[in-house]
Write a protein that binds this ligand. Structure first.
Ligand code: NAD
Length: 436
């Protein structure tokens, strides 16, 4: 096992080099296949490389046996074994990074993988498969299986030989997978473990003493970069009453400055959403929000393509649909709070717990946010997207996820089974070896 893990770590490192070598082509592919801007695509490629280097390094820490107990006359070794076949079911929004992260974690821990990418990013996933082969990944270790989630994904989830399901995607699909994976199929040998990362309804608090230069820029980027299609994107801004009007004026002015157009144009801040279905869904949610909240800004977008204009609603009631449902588009709900207590209460009132943030200069309120805001990743006085592997291990709880954080010290362990062997070493001599 140690030898195999060492070989797989080498595959990961070689793959990182190959991705680096192909960086420009991969960026171009992401611009055209999923509508990233250049810089967003570059971020995705970089994250994939970071995952590979981090997991290749971390397995050398996690993969070795550890002696526990330290009682004379007894040796207990704590060690991990692979679990078996891992079904990797991935989303399209970080088409290389998330897929690479899940696949590399599964293989470097000694498992085999059936890789089911999102329908919308199949070509990038195929590129990953080619690069895995080039990196010397042994035949049969990773198996590329594109197709519709409802067919291929569901088949994998139900399959008796799948031991682990590593899923990143929407709450609806994640919960469905959890439900189905708990049913034991005829011939199934082990319980399925689900590593499930889902959506968010992420909020940023703007405290009364916030630095508005930083807050406005951070909110614009967190909400509208990549068309708001990041699980970590800001979609609720909770502003303290005393600074509300000033912040809103400046936010709207900043929103006016965004250039919208094709991802291939380096001027574009954001571009079209992933497909027509998404466009229709987000536009219809904007329409229905108009009847309950005050729309204070809507951008202009090119006439053709699946564009959704970035839109800001103000005076949104904390229980409104746009303050609760994940839209996964460039739509922002600004909510007024009378004080920090109410602001924290509003932030925590949703079912999700993925990312969140606060802009504040009050050490007391910053500490309260750290202690009381229910999110997996809290960002203070900075944008709330763009987690970096190892520096910001990433993942949520509540209805946002079930797994340990990606790019963090507990992640690889989920793909393995911990075992302990306990040996009584108080023996009276050893049996002679056969040679002697
Ligand atoms: P999705 O849930 O529609 O699809 C994700 C994957 O599941 C795809 O491969 C899809 O084909 C597959 N799938 C669909 N139906 C299935 C079924 N019945 N059984 C098995 N598999 C099925 O999500 P998406 O639109 O690709 O991605 C956007 C969502 O992902 C958002 O909700 C976003 O917040 C979330 N997300 C979360 C994280 C995180 O780290 N928490 C990261 C990225 C995206």
């Amino acid at each position: 096992l140690i030898k195999m893990i060492g070989e797989r770590a080498l595959v990961l490192n070689r793959l990182a080099e190959i991705i680096e070598k192909n960086r420009d082509d991969l960026i171009a592919l992401e611009v055209f296949e999923v509508g990233k801007t250049w810089s967003e695509a570059d971020g995705d490629i970089t994250e994939a490389i970071d995952f590979l280097k981090y997991y290749a390094r971390d397995i050398l820490r996690v993969g070795v046996s550890e002696r526990v107990g330290h009682v004379p006359g007894e040796v207990s070794l704590y060690h991990y074994r692979p679990r078996g076949v891992t079904a990797v079911i991935a989303p399209w929004n970080f088409p290389l990074a998330i897929l690479t992260g899940m696949v590399s974690a599964a293989i470097v821990t000694g498992n085999t993988v059936v890789m089911k990418p999102a329908e919308q990013s199949t070509i990038i996933a195929w590129k990953l498969m080619e690069m895995l082969q080039e990196a010397g990944c042994p035949k049969g270790v990773v198996n590329f299986l594109p197709g519709l989630g409802e067919d291929v994904g569901a088949y994998l989830v139900d399959h008796k030989d799948v031991a682990t399901i590593s899923f990143t995607g929407s709450k609806a699909v994640g919960l469905d997978i959890l439900n189905k994976a708990s049913t034991v199929r005829p011939g199934q040998k082990s319980l399925k473990r689900c590593i499930i990362e889902m959506g968010g309804k992420n909020a940023v608090i703007i405290d009364s003493d916030a630095d508005l230069d930083e807050a406005v820029a951070g909110v614009i980027y967190s909400a509208f970069a990549f068309q708001g299609q990041k699980c970590s994107a800001a979609s609720r801004i909770v502003v303290l009453d005393s600074i509300y009007d000033r912040f809103l004026d400046r936010l709207v002015e900043a929103a006016k400055s965004l250039h919208v157009g094709p991802g291939s144009d380096p001027k574009s801040f954001y571009t079209a959403v992933i497909d027509e279905e998404s466009q229709k869904r987000i536009l219809s949610m904007i329409e229905s929000a108009k009847s309950t909240s005050r729309m204070v800004f809507q951008g202009e977008v090119p006439p053709t393509g699946y564009y959704v204009p970035h839109t800001i609603f103000a005076d949104v009631q904390p229980d409104a649909d746009i303050a609760h449902q994940e839209l996964f588009g460039p739509v922002l709900a600004v909510i007024r709070a009378k004080d920090i207590d109410e602001a924290i209460h509003i932030v925590n009132s949703v079912e999700y717990g993925l990312t969140g943030g606060i802009y504040s200069r009050s050490p007391n309120n910053i500490e309260r946010a750290r202690q009381e805001i229910e999110v997996g990743n809290l960002y203070i006085n900075r944008s709330i997207t763009g987690a970096l592997v190892n520096r910001h291990p990433f993942g949520g709880y509540k209805m946002s996820g079930l797994g340990s954080k990606t790019g963090g010290p507990d992640y690889l362990k989920q793909y393995m089974e911990p075992r302990v062997s306990t040996e009584n070493t108080m023996r009276r001599g050893f049996a002679p070896s056969e040679e002697s």
